[in-house]
Design a binder for this molecule. Sequence first.
Ligand code: G3H
Ligand code: ZN
Length: 276
Amino acid sequence: MLVNMEQMVKEAAISKKAIPGFNVFGYEDAMMVIKAAQELNAPAILMSNKDAVAHMDVKYQAALYRALGQDANIPVCVHLDHGGNYEICAKAIAAGFTSVMYDGSQLPIDENISNTKEVVKLAHACGVSVEAEIGSVGYNDPTIKAKAIYTDPQEAKRFAIETGVDALAVAVGTLHRMQKQNAKIQYELLEEIQNVTDIPLVIHGSTGLSNEDLTKLSHYHIGKINIGTALRMTFGNTLREEINGNTDEFDRIKFFKKPMKQVKEVILDKYKLLGW
Ligand code: G3H
Ligand code: ZN
């Protein structure tokens, strides 16, 4: 069943669970997210990131992920991750995404608020949920110029009230694209933020979180935990082994079998750590 994110993140935030939002690149990993979620009777969030959008137009992604969601017997949200401007959010909404993130985290707060409000206006009129970011999570990748700045609790409060977003991404110690689970979460800061806001919070860059931190965070007022690199590393590294080990084979769908199986294991593991 296809849904937006509003209700599922609200429920997850007040429970001792958080929903893993997985970055997916296409059928192979998206299908594994749905299968794992169905096994656990958990909701699923399929997220398209900037690289995926550059590779395949959002209208084709929307058609694929919507079809997977419609056939599933669990709630499935089709979410645009890190939409960098109004136009891409509008394009994703028109294509059928049920949820979008507008990412104005590199802008001054007033500009971030006014741009986010525009996206909220359009999205909510279409029944689409909106996530935005205050503070900046940053990247563990020197080629990406994005500052890492912890979220200021008073700015989070103002941002949530003025924009009307459904979920708020905050920067409390993770970085995107960490390959090791050694992020240092600022729990006091997270508590301060959740004490002055009542919106479901979102943690990005969650590949960098230890198993203990994933479980601990699921008990906070957090609706969604974004995970991308962990799946991409598993798929890519297993695919490389498969190709190197089967030099006579050339049909790529045969190479995909084992990476899909391994990715599903990682997905199940993350769900379980997050309380499912
Ligand atoms: O928006 C996507 C994520 O925040 C995923 O981050 O690739 O570091 O797990 P990650
Ligand atoms: Zn992110």
